[in-house]
Ligand binder design. Structure first.
Ligand SMILES: [Zn+2]
Length: 396
């Protein structure tokens, strides 16, 4: 009651134009944390000045400052401008009191030339890129395990992790180096758990408003983009593989070329209709080679056919031409974006692995990785005109 009375009394005094203005008791700066990712970009912080009773003092004079001017500057209105990578306190002072917020500036260092075999990280090492020199890009977006406190849990969409796909992808890298004459694939990995980031979705569902997750999402796709541009420049054609793990009832590898189970249920003649290659992630390949689309997708020389040759049960393939009405992943955001659906010379596929016998133990992961590397090599030699010397370490 006393609080209320005091507040009213103070307010009354202020309204009456009293000579002593209400002294500020507290300053709250919002948001408490902000990230800027490009030099010169700006953001306006807000300061709320209150009296001892918590009532806002309107029009209170606020003086803004930053602790580290090499990171960012701030003007008289609270607008900060990013200068260089670092972290600084942004302070708003009113009378004898002040409040602070943290401003982080993260500017990706421009890399003139990514060195094959070298690892590059994005902010906080959430995203990893191992640069390569082969016309092959492999990504793993759902195998990460990190759950940093700064990124809130995602609240909708799929949250389950594709267990061991990060490890499988690293094993695939080793096998590719062995079977592609010592050349190296480009590898892009999200180390964040899917509860924090789903890079195989558009940014809104992927990051769900967290600016830190959004930054990781941009880095993930930028690294893939950088790798694709390098491949296009060096070779004029290439292949992109997005690695995933599924828990569907039938244990078999699923290859997603953006063709649904329903699309694949057609006869070869049906599948050879012009609209199917045009809606696929291997559109560039289909236009380039003198082979029917059905043969590219599920013939003996298709990736599924070659995997079958390695005794990896795969759909689509000559023996299992379509999922037969069972659950099937046809390819997601990354395959749509980084394959050749929208043009370009890099084709793509989403590979979905079952668990048992494939990614459940280190031995199985290595065995599968060898099979996939050999299948990819045959696939790319047959359809892309490459020829690689088999490395010395390539024994089965
Ligand atoms: Zn996945």
């Amino acid at each position: 009651m006393r609080t209320w009375l005091s507040a009213i009394l103070l307010a009354t005094l202020a309204c009456d134009g009293g000579t002593s203005p209400t002294p500020p008791a507290r300053v709250i700066v919002s948001p408490g944390v902000k990230l800027l990712v490009e030099a010169g970009t700006t953001f306006r912080f807000e300061a709320r000045v209150t009296d001892a009773q918590g009532a806002a003092i309107r029009g209170a004079e606020v003086a803004w400052s930053v602790a580290d001017a090499s990171v960012a500057s701030v003007d008289a209105t609270g607008q900060a401008t990013a200068v260089a990578t670092g972290r600084t306190e942004v302070r708003a002072a009113a009378g004898d009191v002040s409040g602070t917020a943290t401003l982080e500036v993260y500017i990706s260092a421009p890399v003139a030339e990514y060195v094959p075999g070298r690892t590059y990280f994005g902010r906080n090492e959430y995203v990893e890129y191992i640069a390569g020199d082969l016309p092959l890009v492999v990504s793993a977006g759902h195998g990460g395990g990190e759950e940093p406190a700064e990124i809130p849990r995602r609240t909708y969409g799929t949250l389950s992790r594709d267990s061991w796909t990060q490890e499988t992808t690293r094993a695939v890298r080793d096998s590719i180096i062995a079977y592609f004459g010592g050349g190296q694939p480009h590898i892009v990995i999200s180390r964040l758990r899917r509860t924090r980031l789903d890079p195989n979705r558009a940014i809104v569902e992927a990051a769900q408003g967290s600016e830190f997750a959004e930054q990781a999402w941009r880095e993930y796709h930028t690294f893939i983009q950088v790798a694709r541009e390098r491949v296009a420049e060096d070779y004029g054609r290439g292949f992109y593989v997005d690695m995933h793990g599924h828990a569907h009832p039938t244990p078999r590898v699923e290859l997603g070329y953006l063709l649904t189970g329903n699309d694949l249920s057609r006869s070869d003649t049906g599948l050879n209709a012009p609209r199917f290659p045009e809606q696929s992630s291997i559109r560039s390949l289909a236009r380039r080679v003198d082979l029917s689309f059905a043969d590219i997708v599920r013939g003996p020389e298709s990736l599924g056919g070659l995997l079958f040759g390695e005794r990896i049960t795969t759909v689509p393939s000559p023996l299992i031409p379509d999922p037969g009405g069972e659950p099937f992943f046809s390819g997601g955001y990354s395959t749509r974006r980084h394959g050749s659906l929208d043009g370009g010379v890099i084709d793509g596929v989403q590979i979905e692995l079952h668990g048992p016998g494939i990614r459940d133990t280190d031995r199985n992961r290595r065995r599968f990785a060898g099979a996939l590397a050999r299948a990819l090599r045959s696939f790319m030699e047959t359809h892309y005109g490459f020829a690689w010397e088999q490395g010395a370490a390539a024994g089965r």
